[in-house]
Design a protein around this ligand. Structure first.
Ligand SMILES: [Zn+2]
Length: 254
């Protein structure tokens, strides 16, 4: 509660700062308008009061517009527990549910407990989710202006950058992509770094890694968006306190 009040005060600081001299000016105009002050001085206060009032209402309007935009455009979130893109998709007739990150971790742990193929099962799961994203979500995302996808106009690299933006709004983490050398056939390799990844949240090297899920997921997405098969591997993981991100490199399969 204390934090909310603090955040509200910081966010609305300009409005509060302007409101104080505005009220003071109007009080001066109301009570001292008939004083014996010189005409030049007298006119300053009504003019200042009007200007400050206009500024005050402009600030209120800006805050209101910001709020509306915030409600309609997906937000970049870091903790992975909350995101708006699901709510937007739900409104568009694509049913969504929300699960706590801890719940996802429990599901993954259970899967690893009951299987003998360990990482491979997570890779396959990730691949399924990635294929599903390409077949369904990639096309349904174009209703949101900020996700506008034009498959005929966009190059494979532009599509991958767009995908990064989508992931940011889905609460999966902050994805960043770099492209490396391009081969003559238009295939390219690159690296994806994920900060605040939902799979490594509150997990250390003593815990089992869930990142093979992202290996399979990235493989399916990159293959789906570029049209050529890639191999993905995790080079280092943020479960290690020395790394601030999980880094995945991808290379075309020859
Ligand atoms: Zn990792």
């Amino acid at each position: 509660m204390k934090n909310m009040i603090k955040q509200h005060l910081i966010r609305n600081a300009p409005t509060y700062i302007v409101s104080v001299p505005t009220i003071l000016c109007w009080i001066i105009v109301a009570y001292w308008g008939e004083s014996t002050w010189k005409e030049g001085v007298k006119i300053v206060f009504p003019a200042l009061a009007i200007l400050l009032t206009i500024a005050f209402f402009i600030l209120i309007l800006v805050n209101f517009v910001k709020k509306i935009v915030k409600m309609t455009v997906s937000e970049v979130v870091k903790d992975g527990d909350y995101h708006l893109s699901g709510a937007i998709l739900y409104k568009e007739g694509v049913p969504h549910i929300s699960l706590r990150v801890k719940t996802i971790h429990t599901i993954f742990s259970k899967i690893l407990d009951i299987t003998t193929c360990n990482d491979q099962i997570l890779v396959e799961l990730g691949k399924c989710v990635g294929d599903n994203f390409i077949e369904n979500s990639w096309r349904t995302m174009d209703f949101a202006v900020n996700f506008k996808v034009d498959n005929n106009q966009m190059t494979p690299k532009q599509k991958l950058v767009k995908w990064m933006d989508m992931e940011k709004t889905a609460g999966w983490g902050e994805f960043q992509i770099s492209f490396f050398q391009e081969q003559s056939c238009g295939r390219f390799s690159g690296e994806i770094k994920v900060k605040n990844c939902f799979l490594t949240s509150e997990r250390t090297l003593s815990h089992k890694s869930f990142c093979p899920f992202l290996v399979g997921y990235c493989r399916a997405i990159i293959t789906g968006l570029t049209g050529f098969e890639v191999e993905v591997r995790e080079d280092y993981c943020s479960r290690d306190p020395n790394n601030s991100v999980c880094a995945f490199s991808f290379n075309p399969v020859l």
